[in-house]
Write a protein that binds this ligand. Sequence first.
Ligand code: PMV
Length: 336
Amino acid sequence: SDESFIAYAAAAPNLALIKYWGKRDSRLVLPLNNSISVTLDDQLMRTVTMATASPEFAEDFVELNGKPVEVTDRMRAVLQSLRQRCQRGQDLASWKVRVATRNSFPTAAGLASSSSGLCAFAVAVARLADTLRWLSTVARLGSGSACRSLFAGFAEWSAGQRPDGVDSTASQLASAGHWDLRVLVCVVGAGAKSAPSTQAMARTVATSSLLPARLSCLPDRLAAVREAVAGRDFASLAEMSMRDSNCLHAVCADTYPPVHYLTDASRAIIDFVHRLNEASGRVVLGYTADAGPNVCLLAQPADVHLAAGCLQRAFDIGQVVGDLGEAADNSKVPSD
Ligand code: PMV
């Protein structure tokens, strides 16, 4: 009907170089630590979302790649927070919405689809409600990592200190154009179902005695990554991301019962990276793995073909090769 509103958004997944793991407030999705990520090129991987609001819809409805999906509690939290902030008047705030989302990459492959998915969801619905303020807060309610996908290039999400979370926002550290880096996504476990990050994190916070050690070394590691990004120091960036990935998976193994995301195939790739770097006498590749078995490799453009060739010979893996281009930067979009 002519009484409906429609809005679009696009977002690309981000790769955490310093990981978010553990919440200080689960309801508001406030993290225990700052995290730093790099958003992938949206030509390579992208979520595109259309949101519609109409008085004729009987209930909220979400579909992914053409199939209806459950409207999760997190999606409801995003919708509720936007209804409270709706700038288009009380009518629209009470209307139901339909959200249709499409990923240009396999959702099941576990390639951080929640970061781009919930980011695009939040931005599309925020455009419907005509309120683009508080986007970090709203995206965060969908999925913590989603607030970093609001930015292209490098982003840092501050844990913040306030109980209400208003200082827990993401910001851009450097644009994608600042540094031409490449990411090779090694898809080793397209089928494997990992423990949902929300439950796994809560269990880590409740049971891991290594988590405090992780948190205490993060300020130095975060500073090193900021410096590596500013100075385009690949060896340092790669080393910090490898160390932090290893640290995250160690904390997961220390969780009781343990959380295992990496498989033998993931570990074989990690060992391969260290052998390649050692044999080369320099840091050719870095790696990082989030809450799943796939391993993402970081490389400088001049090394991508060498690295991809070695990988291809060593492993039988499906892989996506991409660079970090100008991903959709939702921080600067106009509200209409
Ligand atoms: O955004 P969530 O709740 O899916 O958690 C993401 C957790 C990691 O991907 C493992 C780390 C991160 O910082 O993205």
